[in-house]
Design a protein around this ligand. Sequence first.
Ligand SMILES: C[S@@+](CC[C@H](N)C(=O)[O-])C[C@H]1O[C@@H](n2cnc3c(N)ncnc32)[C@H](O)[C@@H]1O
Length: 230
Amino acid sequence: MFKDTLTRRHILSHTLAGGVAGASYLGLTGQLSAEATGKAGKAEGPKLKIYDDNWMNREKCDIQLIEWLDQQRITGAAIYHFGTGGHHHVGIECAKQERRSSVFGITASSQEYDNYVQLVTERPAVLRYYNVVFGDIYLLNEKLLPTFDVVTLFHLCEFRGPQTDAYGGLTDLAVANLLTDKTRPGGHILFYTGSFAFEPAKAVIAQWEKQRRVERVGEYKSVLVYRKTA
Ligand SMILES: C[S@@+](CC[C@H](N)C(=O)[O-])C[C@H]1O[C@@H](n2cnc3c(N)ncnc32)[C@H](O)[C@@H]1O
């Protein structure tokens, strides 16, 4: 009876739970672990363009974003934040009692992601308002995104490269368009005039303004503010 009803999944979960039916004995863990770590089959294709650093200096853009939110009295908002940094300033600040804005951050750095895991393990109250994914903004999937009140595109044009093309990553314009589509009418899309890539970003923004219904609101220090009109 046991033999008849046993599936590979049952065996594996039983084993992971400390059971006696050894998956490795059955030749399963090697294969599943290879699949889970991407080592199954030939790993010859282009690899993900990661951010191999742990950015701990809070840039002006992140600091001024919090100032702008406070100036605008924006609380309880849903915010998409491109480029968390290893300091996770935006997530930590937004989670505070006086703001309670929910931040969905993305980082392409495993070190920054590790910091996040440590942060929310120590402070689950932050986790409630701050979720981070390890990913690549150029591989955004619209089906996996909700609608946001505020989107930050501070690092537009900073990190895209030939490697991104090699695996069919979105363009910077496509990223801006996609995240605008995921912004509610009346919501805000923010850029960073202090970015080292602001010159190319300006050209992208000019195209974006023609392709989406947005209006330039003005600047808060080095944060360039747009509103989605419809
Ligand atoms: C210079 S740090 C700035 C961090 C933070 N915004 C600040 O102002 O202090 C750049 C950030 O962009 C993220 N990043 C770089 N390339 C990325 C990509 N392709 N997709 C998502 N995030 C990326 C890095 O992981 C890092 O968090």
